[in-house]
Design a protein around this ligand. Structure first.
Ligand SMILES: CC(C)(COP(=O)(O)OP(=O)(O)OC[C@H]1O[C@@H](n2cnc3c(N)ncnc32)[C@H](O)[C@@H]1OP(=O)(O)O)[C@@H](O)C(=O)NCCC(=O)NCCS
Length: 173
């Protein structure tokens, strides 16, 4: 799987991957109406905005048949946490490509990029009802805190996982 920094021409394919993966992962967690209202065009605009912000690292995993098998964005923690300086903002692997090691490779490569920005700690927020939070546990993420967030008119439990040293991110499974 080839993983590389994003070019602006990747954004439409990444937006398709994003919408498809949200509808799959968050079905039964977020309101169906919200998931169905998502559009590739709006998501592309949101992704372009997120990726153009200063210090944001954005990587794409190229699918063999073209398009994006997965994507990750991250950088300096958006709340400027004084302990966990780095943050994964978005991580999505298309359903057909999940459990093939792409998520792990995307995290590993994001970490290599943010280490070059002198960031050696990391955190990520994930919905408690999302079974994919086990992915972060497998990568040795420590569950730091859980709380309630409001999204799409829904009250949701969200947990933060963290790594005090990005070298702790699991490498063997
Ligand atoms: C979470 C996600 C990015 C992981 O990417 P992936 O390519 O599927 O994960 P990997 O193949 O690298 O998984 C590595 C290990 O993590 C664990 N893991 C991954 N997904 C898991 C899941 N849903 N449940 C339990 N364990 C999981 C497994 O131990 C896996 O190794 P194994 O398949 O050999 O058992 C991907 O499944 C995804 O996009 N999910 C939907 C969207 C999402 O939840 N994103 C995160 C939002 S914060």
């Amino acid at each position: 799987m080839h993983i590389r920094p994003v070019k602006s021409t990747d954004i439409p394919a990444m937006a398709e991957t994003y919408v498809e993966t949200w509808r799959d992962a968050y079905r039964g967690i977020l309101p169906e109406a919200y998931l169905e209202s998502m559009t590739v065009a709006e998501t592309a605009k949101d992704l372009a905005r997120e990726m153009s912000a200063a210090g944001v690292v954005s990587l794409v995993a190229e699918a063999d048949e073209g398009g994006a098998a997965g994507l990750i964005t991250g950088g300096i923690d958006r709340r400027r946490d004084r302990v966990y300086g780095g943050e994964i903002f978005s991580l999505y692997v298309r359903p057909a490509y999940q459990r093939g090691g792409i998520g792990h490779q995307l995290v590993t490569q994001l970490v290599a990029h943010i280490n070059r920005l002198d960031i050696f700690t990391l955190k990520v927020q994930v919905l408690e009802d999302n079974p994919c939070r086990r992915f972060y546990e497998k990568l040795n993420g420590v569950r730091l805190a859980c709380g309630r967030i409001r999204f799409a008119d829904t009250d949701l439990a969200a947990c933060t996982y963290g790594w005090l040293d990005t070298d702790l991110i699991g490498t063997t499974f």
